[in-house]
Design a protein around this ligand. Structure first.
Ligand code: GUN
Ligand code: ZN
Length: 433
């Protein structure tokens, strides 16, 4: 019996950054994606590949739709699912009023499992197949999340929040306990199936120097784990960090001093950095997770694409739910586009789809594993319907170029645009079911 599966549709994927190369993307109007044992065997023109299929191979017909790699959301908080769209005048009051009380509930494993299950399904409804995820300070929240991701065989990174000051007692750990529990979780979950561990100091204000130092030691001891945190999101937060760490050159420098800038380090927001910070990120291989809907919602500021590009910092896109207002990476592209415009940068749709796929994979050091359709990559993909709504249909039948088509899908699309989602070759979401 053949284990080969094939999918016929228009196919888009990237092998380079469209900002750096004219030959960054592959587009096959009538394309075929061939999958064997959960991995990509080939992606190309239907006419070229159809005769290579073993006799009897079932070809799933998605003609009229676009298959592309599953979206990669490089910064999202699963425990904040139930508090998305909570009003507050800025980051710090939002954390105190909504975030901390909501996160308290994740000590209860049953609650954590219920939210994790909903959260993972919501990612899949939106076509997101890889995410870097914050849990809460509780180990139970991490077990629940990895369990839910494993149930759908998703490639994810996640970790327990470390937070030993400036938070309510019910969410506070200690430097020692945070490190010990993180290390236990690394042994329990890192590289188990498709799960990967992320050391997760919440942000500099909620960790003592002792905690950041212990986190840095873990980051050195386990170099293939991730580090995820927030930096330079909000001007009040930046001023707070300056008062807490007066000897640091900048907010980013606090993390740098503790060895937390390295490959596989993901920094959310990066709005209020300077050029020295950006150069340091580029030199160390640390990546930016740009969170447009969150930055607009919380009034945090406008990410500077031109400055990031000058220093060639690795860029990826993220929702930052529940500070972000949508799980959809298409909605996120819509807002990203506008943030860039406000800063004088024009972001082509091709570049936004790159950032939401291969750009995310590169930022996570996962090129060749996820993010595109090179042979051997894990077959995570999304089937987008450019006619999903009456307006999308009307607009996309009047497009003169691939760029126009993709731009309309990015600006007008959302979860309704996702006809199906596949993880490692298996269908994990079908619209309408
Ligand atoms: N900074 C520290 N914690 C958080 C959080 O939960 N969300 C956002 N957007 N910023 C943070
Ligand atoms: Zn965040």
């Amino acid at each position: 019996m053949s284990t080969v599966k094939a999918f016929r549709a228009s196919i888009l994927h990237f092998t380079a950054d469209p900002a750096m190369s004219d030959k960054a993307h592959s587009w096959h109007e009538d394309g075929l994606l061939v999958v064997v044992q959960g991995r990509v065997l080939a992606a190309g023109d239907y006419d070229r590949l159809k005769d290579t299929l073993p006799p009897g191979t079932q070809v799933r017909d998605y003609r009229g739709k676009i298959i592309m790699p599953g979206f990669i959301d490089t910064h999202i908080h699963y425990p904040q699912t139930d508090m998305i769209a909570s009003p507050a005048p800025g980051l710090l009051p939002w954390l105190d009023t909504y975030t901390f009380p909501t996160e308290r509930q994740f000590k209860d494993p049953e609650h954590a499992r219920g939210v994790a299950d909903f959260f993972v399904k919501e990612l899949l409804r939106c076509g997101t197949t890889t995410a870097m995820v914050y849990c809460t300070v509780h180990q139970e929240s991490v077990d629940a999340f990895f369990g839910a991701a494993e149930a759908h065989n998703l490639r994810v990174a996640a970790g327990k929040v470390m937070m030993d000051r400036h938070c309510p007692d019910f969410l506070q750990d200690t430097a020692e306990r945070g490190a010990r529990e993180s290390e236990e979780l690394i042994h329990r979950w890192h590289n188990k199936g498709r799960n990967m561990y992320a050391l997760t100091p919440r942000f500099a204000p909620t960790s003592t120097e002792a905690q950041l130092a212990m986190c840095g030691e873990l980051a050195r001891a386990y170099p293939d784990t991730y580090v995820q945190t927030h930096v330079a999101e909000n001007t009040d937060e930046v001023a707070w960090v300056k008062s807490l760490f007066p000897e640091a050159r900048s907010y980013l420098d606090v993390y740098d001093k503790f060895g937390l800038l390295r490959k596989r380090s993901m920094y959310a927001h990066c709005i209020w950095l300077d050029d020295e910070d950006r150069a340091r990120m580029a030199d160390t291989g640390a990546a930016v997770s740009m969170c447009a809907t969150s930055n607009l919602f919380l009034g945090s500021g406008l990410f500077d694409f031109a400055a990031a590009d000058r220093q060639q910092v690795a860029l990826s896109l993220a929702t930052d739910v529940g500070g972000g207002t949508s799980f959809s990476m298409l909605q996120t592209m819509n807002e990203t586009y506008k943030v860039a415009r406000m800063g004088g940068t024009y972001l082509p749709a091709l570049r936004m789809f790159y950032m939401a796929t291969l750009g995310g994979a590169r930022s996570m050091q996962l090129e060749g594993t996820v993010g595109n359709f090179v042979a051997g990559a894990e077959a995570d993909f999304v089937v987008l319907d450019p006619k999903a709504t009456p307006l999308l249909e009307r607009r996309t039948t009047r497009c003169d170029s691939l760029e126009e088509l993709l731009f309309a899908v990015a600006l007008l699309g959302d979860d309704r645009t996702v006809a199906a989602t596949y993880a490692a070759g298996a269908q994990v979401h079908q619209r309408g079911e």
